[in-house]
Design a protein around this ligand. Sequence first.
Ligand SMILES: *Cc1c(COP(=O)(O)O)cnc(C)c1O
Length: 357
Amino acid sequence: MQLTPKRWNGVIEHYARFLPVTDATPVISLSEGNTPLIRADNFVAALGGGFELWLKYEGLNPTCSFKDRGMTLAVSKAAERGAKVVICASTGNTSASAAAYAARAKMKCVVLIPEGKIALGKLAQALMYGAVTVSIRGNFDAALRIVRELGETGLVEVVNSINPVRIEGQKTAAFEICDQLGRAPDFHFLPVGNAGNITAYWRGFKEYHAAGLTDRRPRIFGFQAAGAAPIVDGHPITHPCTVASAINIGHPASWAGATNACAESDGFIGKVTDEEILTAYKMIARTDGIFVEPASATPLAGLIRCAREGRIPTGSIVTAIMTGHGLKDPDTAIRTAGAEPFVVDATREAVMQVMGL
Ligand SMILES: *Cc1c(COP(=O)(O)O)cnc(C)c1O
C-alpha cells in the first residue's frame, strides 16, 4: 500500500480562493490554522445541559493565538510589496505573531507594547523571535495611535488589524468551523477587544453561506470585559482595565465591524466582569482539560450567563473561539488556580500522606 502524503500548508494555501492572493504572492506561512474543534460536554453539563458546545482551540496555532491567521496574510502581502519593516501595537499576541512571521520573511519587526500590561509568555515570544520590542508608558490605544502615525510616513508596513488583510486571513477560522462541523453553528461566541476578529468571523460565515457551502449563518455573540467595554457602554474608555489583557482596549479600531456583525446576525454584544472571566477560565480547564488565556474565557463567561438566562434554545449548536493558549499568561494561571504544590520529603509515605492514604 502506498501512503499518500497529506500535509497542511497553512490558511493561504488552503483557502486561497477566498483570499486576496495571486500566484505572485510569496506565501510566508508557519502552517497556521487547521486547529482542533473540541466538544466540551462536561462544561455544558455543569451548566445544566441542553446544547452542544464546540471550542475552536486557536491556542494551537504556531505562536499560540489566532493572530497567526491574519499575520500570514499581512506579512505575505507586505513581502509582495517589498516591505522591509513591519510594525504593530499589541497587547501581546499580535507582537508575538508579527515577530515570528517577520523573522521568517527576513524582515525587521518593531512591536509597541503597553508597559507592564503584557503577559509574560507573549513578551518572551517577541524577544525570542528577535523583534525590536518597545515598551511604551501608556496603554494599547496610545501605542496604536503612534503606529498609525508611523504608518502614514510610508516607511513601515502596519500589521495591526487596521490593515484590512489581517481580517481577511482571520476569517478562515469561520471556514474551518463550518468544514469541521459540516454546517455553520447556531450561535458563535467570542471575545471582543479591538474587534477585528468579530468582524472577520462574521465575514467568513457570510462568505461561506454566499458560496453555498453552508445553509445558515450563526448569531454572533461577542463579549467584552466590564472594565474595557467601550462598545457595550457606547463610548471609548480612557483607562481600560481588565485581567484579560488581550482585550484591554478602550477604543477598538473595528468598532463598526462589531456592531454590524451583531446587527446583521441578530446577535449580541455584552460584558462580563473579571470575576466571571476567571471563574470560566478555571472551570473550562477543570471540566474539559482546556487551558486558555483569560481573554479566551470571556465568551465562556458570557455563555454561562446566556445559558442561565435561558437564551440558548435546547438542541442548539454553539461554537466559541478559544483565542489564545493558557501558557501565554502563567502568572494569572498560578494566581487563579488557587493551589500550590505540596512540598514533601522524597518518600512514598510522604506522598501517600498527601493523597490521604
Ligand atoms: C487579539 C485577541 C483577542 C481580541 O481580538 P480582537 O480582534 O482584538 O477583538 C482576544 N483574545 C486573544 C487571546 C487575543 O490575542
